[in-house]
Design a protein around this ligand. Structure first.
Ligand code: ADP
Ligand code: MG
Length: 323
């Protein structure tokens, strides 16, 4: 750290961010004025999401700053993926315990690596002193009326998930137990991959969609509530990574797969006649897409074990303020 970076004030920190900010041609006015101006294309709707990461709540306090930067943007892009919106612009509100320019540079390494990959421009934000907290707001674009929503599931739909489930929660469990984390599981916790391209490829053939941030059963429950339906999920169908399978006994890892948060995979519903099209998208992608259940009449999500017995999860998913 140089002397100049050690004593950086608010405006110097903003300047560091401004120098590295990703841009787009449709940004009329980016960082530097009281507000940003962007050009919204005709015929498209703006899709807006915001998510905060607090140190010690959403990531272990010792998480590398580059991973915090990546994850703060990734969890927001995951919400855009769940709506099948194309990322366009974002803002970044930072609460930092001190004016540590080296920490900020490392944070930006992760943040702008993902921003560059996903074509999103950073157009503004806020920088204050306080406990470490990162709030990102993303703006995406979708053709009018074409966003994927939670309220569009139909009775008889298949329920599908992308990727493998429970990996991030497995890493968290290993970390909380004080042991070493499996590196592949830890990477799922620290560097979630928003499923933007899969969502774009699937959009035409699917009904409802949500990203899995709080655990499959809890997030599928949101689809069910908004769509006024129920769901049945088969536990042994839930996709498992070799690393999770190797690290935990079967009941423990099934619990992590069904209820563990932070994987940022997609859960979506689609009519059975679209199975072949969805399997084609799966073959064209490095990420698996797996059929795990069915939307049924009624309400609530039931998870069934291989012998047909009802699975009782250890918890229904993460909720702030829950007892
Ligand atoms: P104001 O006092 O008018 O709110 P600020 O001094 O907070 O303006 O911010 C100055 C400019 O820097 C604004 O354009 C703002 O959007 C941008 N900015 C501040 N903090 C950040 C940040 N963490 N990331 C990106 N842009 C930021
Ligand atoms: Mg301000």
């Amino acid at each position: 750290m140089t002397d100049a970076s050690r004593g950086a004030g608010e405006f110097q920190l903003i300047d560091l961010i401004r120098r590295r900010a990703t841009m787009r041609a449709d940004v009329v006015l980016g960082i530097g004025d009281d507000a940003a101006i962007v050009q919204v294309p005709a015929g498209r709707q703006l899709v807006i999401a915001t998510d905060t990461l607090n140190s010690g709540v959403h990531f272990p306090a010792e998480t590398a700053p580059a991973d915090v930067g990546w994850k703060a943007l990734a969890v927001n892009l995951s919400d855009l993926a769940a709506m099948a919106a194309e990322p366009a612009w974002c803002t970044l509100s930072l609460s930092l315990p001190d004016n540590d320019a080296a920490w900020l540079e490392a944070f930006m390494d992760g943040f702008f690596e993902l921003a560059g990959n996903s074509g999103i421009a950073l157009v503004g934000g806020d920088t204050t002193r306080g406990p470490l907290s990162v709030c990102v707001t993303v703006h995406g674009l979708v053709e009018s009326g074409r966003a994927l929503r939670r309220d569009a599931a139909c009775v008889g739909d298949d329920v599908w998930v992308t990727g493998t489930l429970g990996d991030a929660a497995g890493a968290l469990a290993q970390w909380q137990a004080g042991g070493a984390c499996d590196p592949a599981l830890r990477r799922r916790l620290d560097r979630p991959e928003p499923r933007l391209s899969i969502a774009a490829a699937l959009r035409d053939g699917i009904h409802a969609c949500i990203d899995i941030s709080d655990g499959l059963l809890a997030d599928l429950q949101h689809i069910c509530e908004e769509s006024r339906a129920g769901a049945a999920v088969l536990l042994e169908r839930l996709p498992v990574s070799p690393q999770l399978d190797a690290a935990f006994d079967v009941p423990t890892r099934q619990d992590l797969q069904a209820t563990g948060g932070d994987d940022y995979e997609l859960c979506f519903t689609a009519p059975a006649h679209n199975r072949a099209a969805i399997e084609r998208v799966a073959r064209e992608n490095p990420v698996p897409i797996t059929r795990v259940g069915t939307i049924v009449a009624g309400s609530g999500v039931r998870a069934l074990s291989a012998d047909g017995s009802l699975f009782a999860p250890s918890r229904l998913g993460f909720q702030h303020f829950a007892e």
